[in-house]
Design a protein around this ligand. Structure first.
Ligand code: GUN
Length: 288
């Protein structure tokens, strides 16, 4: 029997730690506060930001989505960002991506103060990951960090394993490769120009698909001997309205050792990690 790596049991097991930590802050008169800056009405972003707010509130933290008009100018956008960085009542802050066209040229990497950077995108935070930190309270990118939490919960060994990550984005692929390397996996970072992707995947112990190509990964990419672990980061809306990952779940689920479903796998782990990072941000919040 293959194992379906659902997020729900992981979150059920881990959420109390977050609730307790949040309560400690509340008992000391501090309400952990996340601000989410959303510009425009990108449909997926509306859902993601709503889910982030809902989960933060579930653990007892406060979360406010600050929505700006899709035609907001660069000047106004930057003024809001500066205000949120300066606001001492805000402990965590993220800019939901993508930004609308007229702002899309802005390099957001270092816009959010490193100590409020619950997304883990700031160079100071990425540099810790790059240098090999495996500290649990690192402000690290939420999707790969959430995947590591999921792998750990299901006792999936990483050390000494061969892993292929497909997709080299700054949000998922690259930090994922670093995290797996830091945990002593042997990692191949594949991308759209990779030539021998099928055989790379067939020979890996862990395959992480993050390329946004719905149902691309069929049985052809796997060993089909129930030995491989597959983590599907992709999430695309199909013509019939349903959601699909990068993997052809129905086609491969019985021939791998374990696989994350879409939805219900990686997505909720990302949301969980935003809240986890908010509390880590507060733990390391500068005193003045
Ligand atoms: N858009 C898609 N994924 C993310 C994410 O992890 N963080 C932010 N800020 N925007 C996103």
């Amino acid at each position: 029997m293959s194992q379906i790596l659902l997020a729900k049991p992981v979150i059920k097991a881990e959420i109390n730690k977050l609730k307790l930590k949040c309560q400690e802050y509340l008992d000391n008169g501090i309400t952990p506060f996340l601000k989410v800056l959303l510009v425009g009405d990108h449909p997926a972003s509306l859902i993601y930001t709503r889910n982030k707010k809902k989960f933060c509130e579930k653990i007892g933290a406060q979360c406010e989505i600050l929505t700006l008009d899709s035609r907001t100018s660069e000047e106004d956008f930057m003024e809001v960002v500066e205000g949120l960085n300066a606001d001492k009542s805000v402990h965590g802050f993220l800019i939901q991506l993508p930004l609308p066209k007229q702002l899309s040229h802005i390099d957001t990497t270092n816009l959010v103060n490193a100590y409020k950077d619950v997304d883990g995108f700031h160079s100071d935070n990425i540099s810790k990951l790059y240098r090999g930190s495996t500290r649990e309270n690192l402000l690290a990118p939420c999707t790969p960090k959430g995947i590591m939490t999921l792998l750990d919960f299901y006792n999936i060994e990483v050390e000494g394993k061969s892993a292929v990550v497909i997709g080299r984005s700054l949000i998922v692929g690259k930090p994922m490769a670093l995290m797996l390397t830091n945990r002593n996996a042997t990692v191949t970072l594949a991308h759209s120009k990779t030539k021998n992707l099928e055989s790379l995947c067939q020979n890996a112990d862990i395959i992480i698909t993050a390329c946004g190509s719905p149902k691309m990964f069929t049985q052809n990419y796997f060993k089909n001997d129930q030995s491989q672990v597959v983590i599907d980061v992709g999430i695309s809306r199909q013509e019939d309205g349903s959601l699909s990952g990068d993997c052809d779940f129905e086609n491969i689920k019985d021939s791998v050792k374990a696989i994350t479903p879409v939805p219900g796998g990686v997505g909720p782990m990302t949301i969980f990690t935003v809240a986890q990072n908010l509390l880590h941000a507060l733990d390391n919040y500068p005193e003045d």
